[in-house]
Design a protein around this ligand. Sequence first.
Ligand code: U2F
Length: 456
Amino acid sequence: MVHVAVFAFPFGTHAAPLLSLVAKLAVEAPAATFSFFNTAKSNASIAPAVVSCEALRNVDLYDVWDGVPEGYAFDQGRPREEIELFLKAAPGNLRRAMEDAVAAGGGSGNAVTCVLGDAFVSSAGDLAEELGVPWVSVWTSATFSLLAHFYTEKIRRVIGVRPEDVLAKRDERLEFIIPALSPFRVRDLMDGIVTNVDGIFPRMLQQMAEKSRRATAVVFNTFDGLESTFLDHLRTIYHKLLTVGPFSLFLPPPSQRDPHGCLEWLDAAAAAVRPASVGYVSFGSFLSLPPPEVAALAEALEASGARFVWSMKDAARVHLPDGFLERTKGRGLVVPWAPQAAMLAHAATGAFVTHCGWNSVLESVAGGVPMICRPIFVDQTMNARAVTDVWRIGVAAEGGAFGKCLSLVLDGEEGKEMRRRAVALKETARSAVGDGGSSSKNFGALVELLSSRWKR
Ligand code: U2F
């Protein structure tokens, strides 16, 4: 019997797409069982979105320890410290959880025949090797950020890691180090490559990129035709690459939580305005703009006269200018959560103000919506650069210049060009997930790999 052990990374938007991927695999391989290992907190937050899916019939969710010792006092601050504690405990912690699950009859009592895991949890690869079973590593961000992690050592050798070296070279392009990364500048690199290089997390990311060479296959949330140059280069490094995205189009959609009636509001707005004229704003599942920029963005939205929906954490509302909500009532909706993928697929949406988390970028591409990019940290700076300079479907809100960006994207000729290019990518994405498309074929190859009982 096929029994796949799945290891999630319980931070940011990692575990939810992995569970959606597993849900689709579980439908395609109904005789297999999937044991999904994740922290209790993350399981509780993602399961309701997918739990109604009949696919989860052959998926068992297990809570694993989060790695935070009893009575532990955080001193570096969350979330980095939480991540480091989880990763530090992962090797022993995950093995124990898997052994306990099998001993208790999980996976119908069958030994694990394959390991599927978020690439960030690279100890899953060691477990697979110990068990002598295939390891499928799932990379939840863009191809080029994996390349940057893979070439960290080389980049550090050329740039240096002293703040003054990095500052002096911040505008230099990486083409002189790794030609495949030529569109990116030193300043686009995520923290941990040449800045803040110490700590478990940066070390783990670098090791992860190297270790993934031992993976039987690496799965990507992307589609052929979006990141071809980077994929071609990655093919020279890793065994087998399987692009099965965009997840938002290909995987079972999470139940559309819309407690604030955003879609109804957007439908009503669509009746009153031209298509592609509403702005949608979100900075992902856990980030917020710095307070002065909240005010700057609010002022820009107000001055633009455009209709907008802003997904904003309740705690950030205090940074809105006095009277903003009253003055924009009727043409603006500010909510703590919106059904984002559906908002971006709506014909009325014309611009997405985003932090450029990878899921957000792909959802915007899948909706054919140009972006106004305000990256905050990690891979978002590289993603933003790809949006503005590789695919040219967005503009960078440098220095919080949101007003200029809104009028450029919603009203300008350049905005129309960006939309045209974004819609072309949307069509490519749709073909990829359609019958006989590259993502569909690769998904078939993944199902085969998991089901083959192939031994290392
Ligand atoms: C981390 O991701 P984030 O959670 O910060 O951001 P995204 O990758 O953009 O994912 C946000 C998801 O939350 C959804 C949205 C995305 O699927 O549709 N969402 C929503 O439905 N409604 C809302 O009101 C707000 C969000 C990290 F910070 C990024 O840099 C990484 O790229 C990412 C993936 O590794 O993980």
